[in-house]
Design a protein around this ligand. Structure first.
Ligand code: GTP
Ligand code: MG
Ligand code: ZN
Length: 333
């Protein structure tokens, strides 16, 4: 009769160890995950999980919290995605059927970066980023970078976004202006840096945390227009628990599930005035007694911001008319 040793239990050394972690970056079919103990591991996923998690290749996003099985043979398998607190999303480009692409999961703050030259200021794109940030209920900060290249012109734009209700940080990543303020804003939170290619997102992140060593565009390469230096969304962890995500300069930023009648609410300076519109369904276009247009006429709402709003309403309306049935909501994970 064998009486030696404890009975076999499910915690025997052969059973996989389970750990939770944070997805730092997604590749074609692999994911870099920072386990809660601090270790960084390259993970894969079982083929059948693709079915359970939804067949979309973007089933996991940087910033997702996941449960990982660490198998004895060294394999690390993501078994489960934990619920998301937030999702900053866009319409997946180039797909026939509307599909959500989560740019970053669980971020708390959007740092929308714009510059004045190389590339020139694109207020429409900045407003578009802010709209998706507002829709995702992130707190949004505007960074106006490369102020070394424009004299005083940046002040006018800074004023517009401050008046709209945003915190604005003018910066120069090269001479350090604004960097202490930016560092203080990201400290202790999970922020995502987003904006056109070349505005200086990676340079700013390196400047506020030199240990990151993120690759940035070489100065001698800057005439090569349209070259993206950052190609993948990547989350970086700083010593004190701060998380920052660097993103590539997205060329397309189609809205995921933002309706025309929601757009006004995603402009903070409209939001506070909408209850004053005569018609509850006011589109702040041709209707009489519109509080938003009254503010526009008084100069309390900026004309360019209003123009962005109209263009986005139009775009959403046009897409809605031309959309094939969208296949319904994505399967829950
Ligand atoms: N003059 C000036 N140049 C800057 C400043 N910030 C960044 N740059 C330069 O702008 C170029 C692009 O910077 P990146 O940090 O690679 O830009 P990015 O936004 O990360 O671009 P993608 O990764 O392609 O999305 C680099 O040559 C930087 O040196 C700045 O404040 N002033
Ligand atoms: Mg970059
Ligand atoms: Zn109105």
């Amino acid at each position: 009769m064998e009486t030696d040793g404890p009975p076999m239990r499910s915690t025997d050394p052969g059973a996989p160890r389970k750990a939770e972690g944070l997805v730092l970056a997604c590749y074609h079919d692999e994911w870099d995950v920072a386990l809660d103990g601090g270790e960084e591991v390259r993970c894969s996923i079982r083929a059948r999980q693709f079915v359970r998690l939804g067949k979309d290749e973007k089933l996991l996003a940087a910033g997702d919290r996941v449960r990982v099985a660490i198998i004895e043979d060294g394999a690390r398998i993501i078994e489960e995605r934990l619920p998301r607190e937030t999702a900053l999303s866009r319409l997946m480009p180039g797909s026939r059927r509307p599909i959500e692409q989560v740019i970053i999961a669980n971020a708390e703050q959007l740092v929308a970066v714009a510059s004045f030259v190389e590339p020139p200021l694109n207020r429409r794109l900045l407003d578009r980023f802010l709209v998706i940030g507002e829709d995702a209920e992130l707190s949004c900060v505007v960074v106006l970078n490369k102020i070394d290249l424009v004299g005083d012109e940046w002040r006018r734009h800074a004023r517009v976004y401050e008046d709209a209700g945003y915190k604005v940080v003018p910066t120069c990543a090269l001479d350090g202006r604004g960097l202490p303020e930016l560092a203080a804003i990201v400290r202790g939170r999970f922020s995502v840096f987003a904006g056109a290619s070349g505005v200086g997102k990676s340079t700013l992140l390196n400047a506020i945390e030199p240990d990151l060593g993120i690759r940035v565009r070489e100065v001698s390469e800057k005439t090569r227009k349209g070259k993206h230096t950052t190609s993948n969304v990547t989350v970086f962890r700083l010593d004190d628990g701060t998380l920052v995500a660097d993103t590539p300069g997205f060329r397309e930023l189609g809205f995921w599930r933002i309706e025309a009648d929601e757009l006004g609410w995603l402009f903070p300076e409209f939001r506070e005035r909408i209850p004053g519109c005569r018609f509850p369904s006011c589109t702040h276009g041709p209707e009489p007694d519109c509080a938003v247009k009254a503010a526009l006429e008084e100069g309390a709402i900026d004309g360019d911001r209003y123009e962005s709003y109209l263009k986005l309403v139009d775009e959403v309306a046009v897409r809605k008319r031309s959309d094939a049935p969208d296949g319904g909501p994505l399967p829950p994970v």
